[in-house]
Design a protein around this ligand. Sequence first.
Ligand SMILES: C[S@@+](CC[C@H](N)C(=O)[O-])C[C@H]1O[C@@H](n2cnc3c(N)ncnc32)[C@H](O)[C@@H]1O
Length: 259
Amino acid sequence: MTSNQVANGSDALLFLDKKRTYFIRVRSGESFHTHKGFIRFDDIIGRAYGSRVRSSLGEEFAVLKPSLRDFIQKISRRTQIIYPKDMALIMLYADIRPGSRIVEAGTGSGALTVLLADRVRPDGRVFTYEVREEFLDIARRNVERMRLSSFVEFKNKSIMEGVEEEDVDAVVLDLATPWEVVPFASKALRGSGYFASFSPTIEQTIKTCVAMEKEGFVAVETVECLVRRFQVKEGMTRPETLMTGHTGYLTFGRKILTD
Ligand SMILES: C[S@@+](CC[C@H](N)C(=O)[O-])C[C@H]1O[C@@H](n2cnc3c(N)ncnc32)[C@H](O)[C@@H]1O
């Protein structure tokens, strides 16, 4: 079991209420300032996650151990990122597991890269392709922030120039023209390996499925994940009025070897 104590240099989520949460790195001698007063990190260090701490203005915050979902929701970004609900499906449907070797494109802000890298630990690897160097820099910083750099190889290259890796377990795409990548993905995948692609529009999805069929992929399926949040209060429980109505479609398939 990992330590449940806040240490100097560790991460914490300061929770005031559902809308006001702060992802912080705890450093001795420093403090965190909010509109509800400041919190001295020395008041947190050595305490158990799940404790409460009071700010200089007497406001009570919970000190939570942050999850990857907490980090991804706060991640520094210059691109659209994949929502946690869609990431969760990718992990299971593409069978991302410890030891997996994964090819990803495009890296974007590295939100998905963070989760992939965490899942393939301790002996797997993520090879992630991104054409824009400025995005790759942000992604590198995000992955480093979660101390996952040793599981990721960043490639400042277009995946359309070909995939350099062979016999990979999965190819995971989040870019505008995934259908153009299908032949490269097919070449890079081991037999039975997984193709996964996220696209915001149905036109992109159709082109991708057609390309996959041409390339001989089996178990091709497209799903959309809608998450409906509820306000739960005795006698007043119902879905929240507003929801994220659409993010994208997820297409999956499995590589078949040719004789
Ligand atoms: C929507 S973003 C990816 C976001 C990422 N999934 C995340 O969660 O942070 C799409 C990225 O694909 C990159 N891209 C587009 N075409 C590419 C290509 N041929 N090879 C590599 N990256 C590409 C873009 O520059 C952009 O950064």
